[in-house]
Design a protein around this ligand. Structure first.
Ligand code: AKG
Ligand code: FE2
Length: 332
């Protein structure tokens, strides 16, 4: 089983060489001033926000519009971003680079995310890093996690979390050797007209529980489920969506039928692309699910490598749980 999808590249916002130079220079200026500092610091992140003032106006305008209105796909692809020289793909945590070893891509990604919201991370996951390295890990091949290489089912990112990201970005640093790893997304506004009225009603019932992902459940690894909640909520024509087809438990069979219908319809409205160096997909985590096709890992330093970042539209609701931009663990 794989995902069939419409290629997202024709819809991309393309950064041309002139714009790439401008973005690269702004990022480099920041690197020269802040080399060796931690990124998880409000003052440093405000500097990054201020630096976005010099970015190409067309890019800023597109991001502002996506921030405010999303789009029917719930996703936006930007191609041609500066990434600089890329070291070998890490094989384990010890090999993951400091941000300043992949400085241009790091600052570029954070600048773009800070136009969408406030960058945050979760202490429970990937050591609370603001920029997370996504690469295949030996021994994790069959896991439904981003370190795996089997097909990764469609999901809302961290949908079980009380402060799930509103936006996430995945920036390609290196694609897989076979060019087979396709990141796919499906937006609720594309899908809604194809759902039966019954499913639309069912999906608004609090009849669905989501299993916490393993990094968020504490050291004993027990299964933790959210309180029952709906999958669709809010505006009838442009609802919020929260679903993980690998991790949702339905309270009854009518809920299960609606979930199955949603999955079939979402799978037939996928957009996707192989993320190449400098391609960044931004996902509106309230309007779209994402996933990835299977691929062949090599574990030789030439593997696929993405960097991921999260943003919240507003830090205040999470304030009591934040240490800087790091969200405290959610299970004891
Ligand atoms: O590998 C991908 O393209 C997506 C992985 C993913 O879902 C994630 O890192 O959140
Ligand atoms: Fe994900």
């Amino acid at each position: 089983m794989t995902f069939n999808y419409t290629e997202l590249k024709p819809f991309a916002l393309r950064i041309d060489s002139e714009e790439r130079k401008v973005i690269g220079e702004i990022a480099q200026g920041f690197v020269d001033r802040h080399h060796g500092t931690s990124l998880n610091d409000d003052d440093v992140l405000y500097e990054i926000e201020i630096a976005t003032g010099g970015l190409p106006p067309s890019l800023r305008r597109e991001l502002a519009a996506f921030r405010d209105h999303s789009n029917t796909h719930g996703a936006m692809l930007i191609t041609g971003l500066p990434v600089g020289d890329i070291p070998a793909t890490p094989k384990n945590f010890a090999e993951e680079p400091d941000w300043s070893d992949v400085a241009l891509s790091s600052v570029t990604q954070l600048m773009l995310m800070s136009l969408l919201g406030r960058v945050i991370s979760y202490e429970d996951e990937k050591n609370g890093l603001l920029l997370q390295d996504i690469y295949p890990k030996e021994g994790s091949e069959s896991l439904q996690e981003n370190s795996g290489s089997v097909l990764l089912e469609l999901h809302t990112e961290d949908g079980f979390h009380p402060s799930a990201p509103h936006f996430l970005s995945l920036l390609g640093l290196r694609s897989d050797a076979d060019g087979e790893a396709v990141t796919v997304t499906a937006g609720i506004e594309d899908v809604l007209p194809h759902l039966s009225s019954n499913a639309k009603v069912e999906l608004r019932r609090p009849a669905f529980q989501t299993k916490y992902s393993t990094s968020f459940v504490g050291s004993d690894g027990r299964e933790v489920l959210t309180e029952p909640g709906p999958i669709l909520s809010g505006c009838p024509t442009s609802p919020d969506l929260c679903v993980d087809f690998h991790a949702v438990h339905c309270l009854d069979s009518t809920a299960q039928r609606a979930l199955d219908e949603l999955e079939i319809v979402m799978r037939s409205h996928l957009y996707g692309t192989v993320l190449e160096p400098g391609d960044m997909v931004i996902i509106d985590n309230r309007r779209a699910v994402h996933g990835r096709t299977a691929f062949r890992p090599t574990f030789d330093g030439k593997d696929r490598w993405l960097r991921r970042s999260f943003a919240l539209a507003d830090l205040r609701p999470a304030r009591q749980n934040l240490n800087g931009r790091q969200h405290a663990p959610i299970t004891a």
